[in-house]
Each structure stands twice: as C-alpha cells, then as structure tokens.
Design a protein around this ligand. Structure first.
Ligand code: GTP
Ligand code: MG
Length: 322
C-alpha cells in the first residue's frame, strides 16, 4: 500500500522566517496557516522560541519556522532568544528575512545581519506591512541592490501585507515552485513540533503582552504546573482539560499589578487565554492561574530550560538556585 505521506508526487519545503523584532513574522505565518497559531502583539520580542508551523498546498507541505526577532541584548533570556533564531535557520531549505516597509529597511537589514551570527544561505526578502504605505510610490531597485551587496544569497523579493493579503497568493505560488520532491514531515495533520502545553503557555503569555504595560511583559514567563486530560466514559464526548499554570514575575510589586484590583487583570488574562486554548483543544478547559515571584527568572538556568530555551554559545555563566 502506498503511504499518503510518501506519495511520489509529494513535495516539501522548510523555510525559516527571520527578522528583527516586530516586523510581522508571526502575523505572516498565521496568515499563511489560516489561523492564529503563533502569538502576536504590538510589542517587540513577543516570540521567544523557534517552532514549526506546517500547512499543505495541494501535495506540497510547507513548514515555516517561526523565530524570535534578532536583536542585541546582554540579558541571558535575550541571548537564548537570539540562539533560537540561529537554531531555527539550521537545516532549512530557504530563509525568509522580513523587513517592515514602514522602517529604514536597509539599516534594519544591516542591524539584523550584524546580530545574526551565521551567513545566510538561500534567502528571499519579504517586505511586510504594505497596507501601511503607498504601494504605487515604492521602487525597490536601489534597495534590493544595497541588500544584495550585503547578502549575495538573496534570490527574490516580495512586497506583502498580512493584514489585507496583498501578494500572498503570488508568494505561495513561488513557495510551491521552490519546494522539493520528498515525503511530508507532518502527515497526520499535526501543525507543529511543539505540543499543546507549549501553546497553552504562549496563549497565557500573549494576554500578558496585551494587558500589561511597559517592561512588565518582558519580565513575565509562564510555566505549566499541572495539565490533566479528563477521560470521559463516553468516547464521543468532547475532551476536557484541567490546567494549572504559574505566571512568573521578577518582583513582588509586579505580582500585585498582574493580579490587578480585586483580581481583575489575572481574571481577564485567564478568560481570554482559556477561549484560545479551548479553540485549540476543541473541548472544555478549566484554567487556574497563579502569580509567583521568581526573582531574575530571566537569568535563571532552570526557568529558561523549563520554558524551552537551551543555553547557547553566547550564554553567560548564569545564576543558579542553591
Ligand atoms: N498594518 C499591518 N500590521 C502588521 C502586519 N503584520 C504584522 N503587523 C503588526 O505588527 C505587530 C508585530 O507583529 P508580530 O507578528 O508579532 O511581529 P513579529 O515579527 O513576530 O515580532 P516578534 O515576535 O516580537 O519578533 C503587530 O501589532 C501586528 O498586528 C501587516 O502586514 N500590516
Ligand atoms: Mg513573533
């Protein structure tokens, strides 16, 4: 019997989606996937881990690797986030470097290259947020010349918008043409190499990014304390999950802000995150949130390992709990 994932007409491609923080990497991925898998916020450095986001177009499987925005920062958390971007680009067939058209794209690209340690293999430039500029007025000839001088492996460029879908169809056609004959990595309909526990922590953190101000979202991490799938006697019944998670903050004063007056903020985080988790699991979710003070968790090996950020070459000797 011919296995569907090994059909001779199957094609596949893995693409790293790279760029500076806030250029629209996760929004772009969600637009191509057709649903909001990856978390998005108006604040930079929302994505912290790299992970696969898979979808198919006819017999072509496209695996996009979402990555944290590349930036320079000496904090251990940020070093590991940059490490995730480098790792996300390892072994891929193609790199997409996203540049936000509302910024100085050549300057931003220079800054990206400076902080991205490895030379880029085959690369396409994706100019994002085209809905925010006058598309008729842009000419990219000089810009592309400057970018190609900085990175000779650039092959193509596209001007897109994840808000109104501008040029997305042309881009997916080009992705299909660039894909290679081979088996699929996610033949059973899985969409990621990360599990539901990971996305639960992301959907809670997404609310923290939306509802908390200034530096606070950057000093928040989420860890799962307990995740229980409740087995129902009736096999047809929708699944049910009981989840307890801790929101870690750096200082006691931040705990009070995250809880909010009369528990209002943590309640809003919980209600919004639960809706998204239920949409993912397709069943009822009981979500219990606690706020814990974990001083300088962003320099703590144990916490960083727990949230899926391994040490990198640039990691400092970091503080350990005795
Ligand atoms: N108008 C407009 N806004 C966009 C577009 N793409 C992304 N955005 C907005 O840009 C902001 C950042 O988007 P993200 O997708 O989180 O960016 P990112 O590159 O993944 O950011 P990090 O994970 O922080 O590196 C959000 O407010 C998005 O709504 C676009 O095509 N048009
Ligand atoms: Mg992102």
């Amino acid at each position: 019997m011919l296995l569907e994932d090994q059909h001779p007409h199957n094609k596949a491609i893995m693409i790293a989606v790279l760029g500076k923080p806030n250029v629209g990497k996760s929004s772009f991925i969600n637009h191509l996937l057709g649903f909001d898998l990856s978390i998005v916020s108006s604040k930079p450095q929302t994505t912290r881990n790299n992970f696969h986001c898979a979808f198919t177009i006819d017999r072509t499987e496209v695996v996009l690797v979402d990555t944290p925005g590349v930036h320079s920062n000496s904090q251990e958390l940020n070093k590991r986030m940059n490490g995730q971007a480098q790792m996300g680009a390892e072994g891929v067939d193609l790199n997409f470097v996203l540049l936000d058209l509302t910024t100085n794209v050549v300057g931003e690209f220079k800054d990206f290259i400076k902080n991205f340690e490895h030379p880029l293999a085959k690369t396409w430039i994706i100019f994002t947020k085209a809905d925010l500029i006058n598309k008729e007025a842009i000419t990219l000839t000089e810009t592309m010349k400057a970018l190609t001088e900085l990175c000779p492996t650039i092959e193509k460029h596209f001007v897109i918008s994840s808000k109104d879908g501008h040029n997305i169809h042309e881009l997916t056609g080009a992705i299909q043409d660039a894909s290679i004959s081979g088996p699929h990595m996610y033949p059973n309909g899985d969409v990621s190499n990360k599990n539901q526990r990971f996305f639960v922590t992301e959907y809670i953190r997404e609310q923290a990014f939306r509802l908390l101000k200034e530096e606070l979202p950057y000093e928040v991490a989420v860890v799962i304390d307990e995740y229980k799938d409740v087995r129902k006697k009736d096999e047809e019944a929708a699944p049910e999950a009981h989840i307890s998670a801790s929101i870690l903050v750096n200082r006691p004063s931040q705990r009070a802000i995250v809880v909010g007056r009369g528990g209002s903020i943590i309640k809003e985080i919980g209600v919004n995150a639960r809706k998204k988790i239920e949409a993912m699991t397709g069943g009822k979710v009981h979500l219990n949130l606690h706020v814990k003070v974990s001083p300088k968790w962003f320099n703590n090996n144990f916490v960083l390992d727990e949230i899926g950020l391994p040490r990198t070459q640039n990691s400092a000797r970091v503080w350990r709990k005795k």
